[in-house]
Design a protein around this ligand. Sequence first.
Ligand code: PEP
Ligand code: MG
Length: 765
Amino acid sequence: MHHPLSTLTALVEQIARTQDPSAMMATIVQRLSELLNVEVCSIYLCNPERDSLILATTKGLSAEAVGQAHLAINEGLVGHIAATLSAVNLADAPADDRFVYIPETHEMAYHRFLGVPLLHLRKLVGVLVIQGHQREPFSEEDEAFLITVASQLGSTLYQLHRDGKWMTNLPDSSSPYRRYNGVKGAPGVGCGRLWQIHPQMSLSDVKPSITSNPAQQKQDFQDALAAVREELESGSGRLGQHLPADVGALFHVYQMMLQSPELSERVIKLISEGASAEWALKQTIDEMAGMFEQSADPYMQARSEDIRNIGQRLLNQILERDQQVIETPDEELVLAGDLISIADIAAFPQERIRGLICTDGSALSHTAIVANALGIPAVMGVEGLELEHNRGARVIVDGNRAECVINPPPALLSEYKRMIVQEQRFMKGLDRLRDQAAETLDGVRIRLLTNTGLLADATPGLQRGAEGVGLYRSEIPFMVHHSFPTEHEQYRIYQKVLKAYSPYPVSMRTLDIGGDKQLPYFEINESNPYLGWRGIRFTLDNTQLLVSQIRAMLRAHAEHGNLKILVPMISRVDEIKTVRELVEKALAALERDGIHASMPEIGMMIEVPSAMLLLPKLAPYIDFVSVGSNDLTQYLLAVDRNNPRVSNLFDNLHPAMLVALEQILTQCRKLDLPVSLCGEMASDPIAVLLLIALGYDTLSLSAYNIPKIKLLIRSVRREDLLPLLEQAKDCTDESEIRDLFRPVVEQLGWSADGPALPSDYESRG
Ligand code: PEP
Ligand code: MG
């Protein structure tokens, strides 16, 4: 039998977007039983509270058994599959020793049985089973197919499982209190109302989704209609700019379209059938535009564009209305979205933002880096949290433990509030370190510089005792702009930063976009963006941008004299050679214009393994080196820094990184090149101990973390770390390396995970 895998993939994708969990599960078993032509298809899910499996949905077995039929892990065929994580394919299941009859299911009539485990990131989520009357095993083709399906469904079902949503008839499911784990984004704890950040969505991007609240969706649509009508009437809409000369007539066409029963009746009908307002709108607009496009009359054909325009306006209104549901005039907010852009953060008053939650991304995402810089607690890669359903809910963001808590019970909330106050006191207590040197107990002096990019965090760096800027991420001002900033606009920003830190040095990095750093006004679409047009590759190809940036930097340098230029993503000698030539030329050109700046030091980031291996060949063109441990780890380990699925594999303390870091330091010493490290590793207490032991003496980190790291440095003896480093060199795994250094951090009374929670608040999700 040939199985239409592509049909199934489409189904899985559609299912993944379905919001009603029971409808989703029912669709899965129904469609699978049709595709495989079997009498029974069932899903058993792990019941975390009882260490067992429970029948979560079925097509073919008795519906009464759903939520009732339990099997211990290792009990019956299903339990056996769960325990061994392997498939079972039998001609006659009831004849097998392991078979256990569950009376509620009435399954005695079935013989053939095929069950496969459902897994998500190596963890058991449940078991998928098909059964039939015949007494012969399923074909190998069926088995391979079911395994493929299970691998696609695992993560979708895991999310339901985490939410506890499938357990609709189990006692705890009504509790609105939920906990979700993610990965650490930025430390600290914060509490506020969840404010959902919607990505800018175009009508063509709307995906199928269903609603469990059609009345509300209809209302949202009606309100959107009224709002767009009003906008058009007042003539204030942005459409006005696009209207041709005969504005009055076209204006009338738009109004007619909005009022046409075809539009509203069709949308309302689709919502009644279960579609969300956005999805109903998209389908209707596509149908209407399609009809116009098929017309023989060119005038009518052209109207398809108008109807799409109307559709986009309605969609914007629906999405905007979503936001307005929460009235939070002065409340503290937790921003939540797939990935929150720097522009999103900048749109809110900073003092109101108490935390960030991203359902995507990882500790190395730029959202996390900015959150670190601003001291906003952040949790990244949170799976299973339905933002839509939790808009306006009270939420705690615990960046120390990579957790968020929705609707915490009052006792837990006050416990967290106590922790927030405690943390603020701890950080305040560290202010006294500002003017003290970051020096170990045995006199090894470490220079602590700061990473910055927003003008808003230039002052905190100084307040916390930074001795300069080790990494100025120049892409950040580019990201909050609406178009490429001009040379003069850049100059004004750069000179403020240089002035603020003068006479301390400021290492300004040339524009590093690409990867997860996108400019809203210059989209780069690549299938593998981290290996594509990124950093220096992009700017060298857009030389005019690089030259104007270098000129802006040099003009600021002419006034303050403390600029160093840092070049990202170097992987070849010709790249850095060209940058040096461009700087020399820009300097000469400015000189001709009467602007006298000295040649700044030029450094390169070591982020790509080839730069590390080519150091002696690159050395003639550089004055210093800065290790970008975020990207170096990503490229050395082939682990996407932004992908929560592999975030457990992303660790700066991987033994290969240890070899690389040592090699870089040895080479730099030989070549007489100053070296610093500016990745997030410099904020990780255990990693800092290792770096000090290796001999790194300049670290650049977010201002928020400087006092803690300074306190750590002032509390240890480098001598004591050296034997640990020697042992670390023999380790084969990053967790062994962490275990070696962890006791040093813990002796200071610190926990890498922050203060502990009361034990009676165990996770229920
Ligand atoms: C790095 O890669 O370590 C780094 C500091 O650069 P960014 O995080 O901005 O890519
Ligand atoms: Mg980098």
